[in-house]
Design a protein around this ligand. Sequence first.
Ligand code: PEP
Ligand code: MG
Length: 886
Amino acid sequence: MTTMVHLFGGSATTAERAKELLGGKGSNLAEMASIGLPVPPGFTITTEVCTAYYANGESYPAGLAEEVVNGIVHIEGITGKKFGDATNPLLVSVRSGARVSMPGMMDTVLNLGLNDDTVKGLADASGDARFAWDSYRRFIQMYADVVMGLDHAEFEEALEVAKEDKGFFLDTEMSAEDWQKLVAEYQAIVERETGAPFPQEPRDQLWGAIGAVFESWESDRAKVYRRLNSIPAEWGTAVNVQAMVFGNMGDTSATGVAFTRDPATGERAWYGEWLINAQGEDVVAGIRTPQYLTKAARERAGAKPLSMEEAMPETFTELGNVFDTLENHYRDMQDIEFTVERGVLWMLQTRSGKRTAKAALKIAVDMAAEGLISEEEAVLRVDPSALDQLLHPTLDPKAPRDVLTKGLPASPGAASGKIMFDADSTEQAAAKGEAVILVRVETSPEDIHGMHAAKGILTARGGMTSHAAVVARGMGRPCVSGAGGLAIDNNAKVLRIGDRVLNEGDIITLDGGTGEVMAGEVPTLLPELVGDFGTLMTWADKVRRMKVRTNAETPADAQVARDFGAEGIGLCRTEHMFFDADRITAVREMILAEDEAGRRTALAKLLPEQRKDFAGIFGVMAGLPVTIRLLDPPLHEFLPTREEDFATVAAAAGVAVEKLKARANELHEFNPMLGHRGCRLGVTYPEIYEMQARAIFEAACDIAEQSGAAPIPEVMIPLVASRREFDLMKAVVDEAAQAVFAEKGRTLDYLVGTMIELPRAALMAGEIADAAEFFSFGTNDLTQTTIGISRDDAGRFLTQYVDKGIFLTDPFVSIDVEGVGQLIEIATERGRQTRPNIKLGICGEHGGDAPSIHFCEQTGLDYVSASPYRVPIARLAAAQSALKNR
Ligand code: PEP
Ligand code: MG
């Protein structure tokens, strides 16, 4: 292990591998200090210490204690104060800081070092006894909550009672004596709850806080956040110990949070909130309503309390200069925390600001235009999966809105759903496929799982930087916060807004872009790729190597995908066409027929329908490749289950119901996913594939005739395991093609290829490629058959597998590169060896997942295929992969 404690401030320099070792917060504090910005001095205990702590049964590595003492000496040297000194005490903050920011996940202790003696020293040194006792009561409450795990409600109640006794409304009305009395009460609560007095020794306090930070790394809420964001547990968190500066030293002091650009819209305007005479927690906790940073923002909101620009013009100008320095240095939008102590500005944090997808696009495109970053960097700046937010419907502006109330537009997007009042119910309802709006007075980190499961979030309290707002923006959930008109009764599960009463399960709609809350469901409109989105996509397409196709089986879906930039179809699942009400009877008749003649009679009814399906798709994708997969699913999926369905099929086929039922029984399979499906259907009933191939070529010839732009059919055989299977099926397809071409008097180019979705197919790829003209990796089945986990049942236990680190992420969402990835690489290599120009693509769900797309780029596939709404995500991810792979 290198040094365990890294110093910042004074003449300290930045570290190597800073982000990894010091975490985001620590490395940025060190970096800000090194470029001359005003940062209170401090030190960072590295993430390696956290890892070692857990590796050694929750004990600290040898030598850490000495290094921490050195760190304190470093701070003392610069500030001239002494830790634990009764006359001029040094107070510190202790905060966590992982490599990536985990909002609300980890804990913070402020004002550490206060005790019954140092509080008096602080009062004398500052000349402000009220401030000193206020700081002490804050410290006890925070320490009791974060380090000792006591319920903060008890402390809040004591404060409320104290204020009520005095007839006060605001904390700021409390005097030094009032706070001192409260401190005694707080200490009594601690003693009562823990059986021991509040720790008076600052060094004990410090180690208590350090331990609490490390412990919180393994807290449930941190684990949930890591799972949702694919953050490995091995990363660990750093601990930052820093000299306190005080925003609560009277009316020339303040604290605030700000973004260098608007995190919701991306507009180039300083954006933030601040509070006079307060500490940082007051702003984020939503206890007092923060004020606007700029005059323009205040005026726009019609708010009274002065903005920082008006109340502290000089410090505000200084802060603006810091914003510019930071943006030029980091070349990105920054999210900062600052404190003003008696007119002096201090920077407490900077990091790349979380932003909505809309803002991410605007900031990337603007920064490229400003010359701050290149077009290629702009392409790399936008998280492909975040685009999801923009690819979903927005509220139809023409639709009537029954507006119940208006809150803050905390995270954009529209959502409708049933209201639920707690995270657990939300999660349970969402698991059943219900759309839920989570309604809370305010959210806390314990609500994370519910927020993730909800379609939207509504809170009664909290500003634009409240927990709900920050987390919702990060997750891309629409959120309306601080909707003051709400009266929430959690016990009765009732929401009152004015004279309207809503119960659990009632439907509301949120507009996270305007802050409106509406009764019922409001209709939505489809999004378009225009403006910054269009610009960034153009830049992405310039550097992209892989083609992006879509998985679609209707002309409407194909059209959506084409509008989103799809360059063909990578998978058209023909079985979905068989479920149409007017076809299912013929399909069932075909399956239940006892001989080939019976099947052919039924298939003849389906042929014109299939031809129509394919013509529609070829029409939309004119001139582009269209991969059509022949029938794949286990037949049982089509079998009738209801009495009346048996009767209908029996009538259509002219056979007895009993006979049909007997046949259905015969077809029963114990393990249909590994049963009579895929090309096994074509091997036993070639006439099915023959009909489908005929429909494909007839439709293709008709479209070529009508439009002049010949479609390029790529006929795909599913679930192949051997060369012989493929040969048999290819012969059926070729024969149908020749027959149709002879009838129509024209020929067309077409390909016949296979899916690689069984391990055996991947291993035999060299032989199969001798006959197959393309491979498409069916990674849904390939994952299922390689790991041996049923894709339909995995949901019940996979989360635990991810929690316990068996899988880093769900292998059905992101390719299991280590395992399934090997088979893809083997098949690619062996396939290309036999047929160097073989076309290779992927059509499993992974084709729309950014990390999987990255793997496809590295493996050298020719294209990925994604569902229509994920086509732009795939275009951007493919471009980023090409850039990263250079
Ligand atoms: C696959 O298995 O990856 C695939 C695309 O086919 P399906 O999901 O239809 O089984
Ligand atoms: Mg499959």
